[in-house]
Every structure is written in structure tokens, then in C-alpha cells.
Design a protein around this ligand. Structure first.
Ligand SMILES: *[C@@H]1O[C@H](CO)[C@@H](O)[C@H](O)[C@H]1NC(C)=O
Ligand SMILES: *[C@@H]1O[C@H](CO)[C@@H](O)[C@H](O)[C@H]1NC(C)=O
Ligand SMILES: *[C@@H]1O[C@H](CO)[C@@H](O)[C@H](O)[C@H]1NC(C)=O
Ligand SMILES: *[C@@H]1O[C@H](CO)[C@@H](O)[C@H](O)[C@H]1NC(C)=O
Ligand SMILES: *[C@@H]1O[C@H](CO)[C@@H](O)[C@H](O)[C@H]1NC(C)=O
Length: 333
């Protein structure tokens, strides 16, 4: 009897601790979060992503973008997935959403539908987004890790929250550093996360200035490889520019997640100014060089940085500003 009492009060104590930590906002994410409530979660998402990837391989880079955008703006709470309503212009329709990838949105919606069929009302869209990105990354040769879960979905998504929270293609190192630091990410983590550009692409308007009218002294950005600049001029002509044209961010191995992105920066082959500056500026050059020299150094740093990024501003169990969204595209009514 006494032993049982002891056990019960021990459990009460543990429960209390869990509740207190959740309420204080430092809530814990855990790998086993859905172990009892949705044991097949990871398999379901994995299968959905394999199908999605086979149909549209570019979804891998797109999903990374979506996670990044989500976590940088109001924390990792799937606020980026919410559609605008009559009353509200949502995050994804902000001017600087840089045309977010529709395939990635579709991938999360499919994962949600598949998961709801087995575990209704249990798994957050915010967690699905991170698991999906992790799975897709592995399909393009990237590293894998166990995703800690327990993020709740946010109830707010505002276009007005976007400006100032995402890097711009023309940001210099000071701006980039300050932005990432405001999310608790240091320069090594910033350079590692930029490696997401190993897969993915950009529209011409993100870099055309670099190859046509850089500044009063130089028509072409002096940090760009001249042959590469000529190639970019061909892809993105000033006259009759097709606005749907996209250019790979890693021209050498655009479909493989690897450290070649950093090797490109060493040769002036980075597409965006905000990528090239990581090498040009001597404060981050040693980090670029270390990643360029060794795949595994990069991949390990990328995983650590992703784990940190995906815990920025999370809302966890007990948080009043979070919920399990029924439809990833809309706040519950
Ligand atoms: C828009 O706001 C009005 C008044 O604030 C509210 O009654 C209505 O339900 C809202 N509509 C939507 C689609 O959110
Ligand atoms: C991004 O914003 C533009 C308007 O600024 C909008 O037309 C477009 O649909 C948005 N992209 C996504 C994926 O919502
Ligand atoms: C950034 O943080 C990581 C993890 O805490 C640490 O290993 C790394 O040395 C830090 N880098 C810099 C430049 O401070
Ligand atoms: C143009 O850019 C170069 C390289 O960044 C810089 O050295 C130069 O001062 C700039 N010229 C003007 C007029 O801003
Ligand atoms: C890194 O891995 C990629 C893909 O496996 C490979 O193409 C590349 O040569 C490797 N780079 C180095 C420096 O090992």
C-alpha cells in the first residue's frame, strides 16, 4: 500500500514537472512524443514523401525553404501554411514570400490527410512539416536525424510579421548575422543552414542586378566568376525575360545535398549575393572553407543547426496560443 502511494505521488510529481515546464514556455520536444498516440506516424509521412518526391523531386528543396520560413517567422508553428482569409493576409502571401513552393505545401497537406486517417486530431502540422523536410532531405543524399516532436500549431499568421524576419538575397554579412542571432543562431549555424541552397533554385529577379547593373563602378559584381556571370545573363535576358525562369542555387550538383555549394562559393559561383558574401567576408570565410573541405563536417553541422532552427519559438503542450490544427491551411474554428 505504501509502495503504491509512493509510486502515485512520484507520478504526480513527474506530471507536475511536465506541466510546469510546458507552462513556462520552455516546453520539451521529444522524439517519442507520438509513440502512444500515433505509433506509425514516421512511416506514414515517409511513404507520403516518397510518393511526392517521385512525382516532383524539387519538393525536397521546397520543403526546406518552407520549414525555414515557418521557423523564422513567429516560430515553428506551421503559421506559414495558413491561407489568407477575407479579414487576414497570411504569412505566405507576404510580398517577400519569394514565391513559396506550392509542391511543398501540397506535400504537407497530403501527409496530414494520411496521418489523420490513422490518428485523427493528434499530430500537429508544425511537426509534420519538420518530419517531411527531414525525410525529403535524405532522398537527395542529405543527412538524417531523429526529429524531436511536440510543436503545436499557431493560431496567428500575418503577412505583416514577415518583413525583417527573413534574409534577403542582397543582405550583407552584418544584416544576416543580426537576423540569425535574433533567432538564437550563431554564424556557424547560419553558414550551415545556408547549405540548404545545395538544392533549390531562385528566380532571376533575385540576382539579375549582380550581372547587369551592380553599382556605379562595376556593371558585374566583381565577386562573381565572369564565365558564370555570362551564363546567368543568357539564362536571364533583360529583354523579354520570362518571369517563370529559375536558376539552380548550386549549378554543379543541383540535385544532391552536399558541400559543393561551399566549393562553388570559393570559386565565385554562388548565385545569390547573400550566399557569395559568406565566403567573401573574411569573418565567415573560415567556416565556408571548413565545410567545403569536408562533407561530414558540413552534414553534422547542418543537422545540429536544423535541430536548433526547428525549436525556435515552439509552442508546446499547455500553451494557450497553440492547437492541433484540423486542416493545415486554416486555424480551427
Ligand atoms: C471577419 O471579421 C468579422 C468581424 O470582425 C467576423 O465576424 C468574421 O467572422 C470574420 N470573417 C472571417 C472569414 O474570418
Ligand atoms: C506569395 O505572395 C504572392 C503575392 O505577394 C502570391 O501571389 C503567392 O500566391 C504567394 N505564394 C504562395 C505560395 O502562397
Ligand atoms: C555556434 O554554436 C555551436 C553550438 O552551440 C558551437 O558548436 C559553435 O562553435 C558556435 N559557433 C560560433 C561561431 O560561435
Ligand atoms: C561597387 O562595389 C565594389 C565591390 O563591392 C565596391 O568596392 C565599390 O566601392 C562599389 N562602388 C560604388 C560606387 O558603390
Ligand atoms: C561530398 O559528397 C558528395 C555527394 O556524395 C560528393 O559528390 C562530393 O564529391 C563530396 N565532397 C567531398 C569534398 O568529399
Amino acid at each position: 500500500m505504501d509502495a503504491l502511494q509512493g509510486k502515485i505521488s512520484k507520478w504526480k510529481f513527474v506530471l507536475l514537472l511536465v506541466m510546469v515546464s510546458a507552462e513556462s514556455g520552455t516546453g520539451q520536444l521529444s522524439v517519442d512524443y507520438y509513440k502512444a498516440s500515433c505509433p506509425n506516424l514516421e512511416t506514414i509521412v515517409q511513404q507520403t514523401m516518397v510518393q511526392k518526391f517521385n512525382a516532383t523531386p524539387v519538393v525536397a528543396g521546397g520543403m526546406l525553404r518552407l520549414v525555414f520560413h515557418d521557423c523564422m517567422v513567429l516560430g515553428c508553428d506551421a503559421s506559414v501554411l495558413i491561407s489568407s482569409t477575407q479579414n487576414n493576409t497570411a504569412e505566405k502571401d507576404a510580398d517577400d514570400n519569394l514565391s513559396l513552393p506550392g509542391d511543398a505545401f501540397d506535400g504537407v497537406m497530403r501527409a496530414k490527410a494520411a496521418v489523420e486517417a490513422q490518428c485523427p486530431g493528434v499530430v500537429s502540422c508544425a511537426d509534420l512539416l519538420v518530419i517531411a523536410a527531414r525525410d525529403l532531405l535524405a532522398m537527395v543524399g542529405g543527412p538524417s536525424w531523429e526529429v524531436a516532436k511536440g510543436r503545436l500549431d499557431g493560431k496567428i499568421s500575418m503577412a505583416s510579421a514577415v518583413p525583417g524576419n527573413l534574409p534577403s538575397a542582397t543582405d550583407d554579412l552584418d544584416k544576416l548575422t543580426a537576423l540569425f542571432a535574433s533567432k538564437g543562431l550563431n554564424q556557424s549555424e547560419m553558414v550551415a543552414l545556408s547549405g540548404a541552397h545545395s538544392v533549390g533554385f531562385a528566380h532571376c529577379n533575385q540576382f539579375m542586378r549582380r550581372v547587369y547593373n551592380f553599382n556605379a563602378t562595376y556593371k558585374i559584381d566583381p565577386t562573381i566568376n565572369p564565365l558564370y556571370a555570362a551564363q546567368l545573363r543568357e539564362s536571364c535576358p533583360q529583354v523579354n525575360l520570362d518571369p517563370t525562369v529559375v536558376v539552380f542555387l548550386d549549378d554543379t550538383t543541383p540535385r544532391i545535398f552536399d558541400n559543393v555549394y561551399y566549393q562553388n562559393a570559393q570559386k565565385g559561383l554562388a548565385l545569390l549575393s547573400s550566399d557569395q558574401v559568406l565566403f567573401t567576408d573574411e569573418r565567415t570565410r573560415p567556416i565556408v572553407n571548413s565545410f567545403a573541405a569536408d562533407n561530414s563536417t558540413f552534414l553534422n553541422s547542418f543537422v545540429s543547426a536544423m535541430q536548433k532552427l526547428t525549436s525556435v519559438g515552439v509552442k508546446t503542450r499547455g500553451s494557450a496560443d497553440g492547437e492541433i490544427r484540423q486542416n493545415c491551411g486554416a486555424v480551427n474554428t
